[in-house]
Ligand binder design. Sequence first.
Ligand code: DUC
Ligand code: ZN
Ligand code: ZN
Length: 477
Amino acid sequence: MHDIAIRGGTVVTAFGTARCDIGIRDGRIATLAETVPDAAQVIQADGLLVLPGGVDTHCHIEQPEANGTVHEDSFVTASASAFAGGTTSGVCFIPQFKGSGILDRFADYRARAARGMLDHGFHQIIADPTDEVLEREVPLVVAEGVRSLKVFLTYEPLHLDDAGYLKVLLAARRNGCLVTVHCENYDAINWRTKALLDAGLTAPKYHAWARPRVVEREATHRAIALAELVDQPIQVFHVSCEDAAEEIARAQARGLKVWGETCPQYVTLTASDMDRPGFEGAKFMCSPAPRDAAEHARVWEMIRRGTLDVVSSDHCGFSYGGDRGKAQNGRDAVFRDIPNGIPGIAARLPIIFSEGVSKGRITLEQFVALTATNPAKLMGLAPRKGMIQPGADADLALWDPARRVTITNALMQHAIDYTPYEGLEVTGWPVATLRRGEVVMRDGKVQAEPGTARYLPRAPYGMIRPRGIAPDGFIPR
Ligand code: DUC
Ligand code: ZN
Ligand code: ZN
């Protein structure tokens, strides 16, 4: 006997598509069969696709910043937003600030995340790679199930220089972690920023001028080269352009363990969105900066080739109105002083489905791979998450591939007062979301109890094991 049967739908996995029923028992997928006759509850899915719930492995939620602010979406509101868009699990960021360790933050952040509804793992940000942090504290958070260290090659006050990055790569290698990297050149951006501000070019649109493609390409190249030196697998976060993706493609062709992630903003938003009157351009400010329509086509090509194999949201909630979010330094702040980041945890799946599958750029199976299976595998969450197979958590999105929707902020169900995708028309929309067999969203109504989130500790896994090949065979400890 099953608790739930999902009947009549078309089940899509990264490996194929089949008309079959799904039987769920104790929150897990128990049966995939032509018919599942015995169930206490039946959900009819005729005409719908049944997809693995989205896995968003790059979400900034309720994350404290060094200046004392906290991203405005709480774990409760961001969980609701995720469910509204068909996403059922995420990986978020435990902060570290220069001059502090990481352990005190871990307990606090884990408690915040537990108050939400989204199943979650963590990346550990390393902003101050002291010996104490790398030798003593990192092994302790790894023992708690953290398997990725996140570094920023730019951004005050998070940025690491090459020496610091090398130390983190080595610590990751010792502890069996992946390193995820924000790749932009810190000094080049600062130099450009100063020159722009000195010339009186201060509006939001100059954010893109301060950090052109070349600074991303250079840092991507360097991040990969140093990872090769240490024989440490890395994922390059939020690749915005072909130039940076080509660096990843070259590394992959040489057999290096380098993966590339992109985000919906890099196939929809453009630098000209930041050129709106007054402060409005701040709504689209994120880093790397959005490029242009021609670049969108090139990013799609890199997705199709498999160079970029994960699409995450980089959800990062700063409201537009009021004085806490984008305007925390005033509505006439120069571009350098406007916080970077845009909300997107709800919009991710609809945008990639619509722009990708509905417009014929990728297959259904590629969509599932990009948004659920590949991120789950790379982060060590599969097969529990990101897959539809017996034993996996019954995390599912029931998807109407023909539903046409105009994105509005209300549909996003987050705590942010705008969406950068306002007015975007999409074809394909989630009509229900199940998390561990529980219907947590139906027809846009989120119905999950705060405090029901589960922490996803990550054990060692083979995908991120070093290759055992270093340039001259020497890897320091
Ligand atoms: N870029 C990041 O690297 N992080 C958060 C938001 C952003 O735009
Ligand atoms: Zn980043
Ligand atoms: Zn980010």
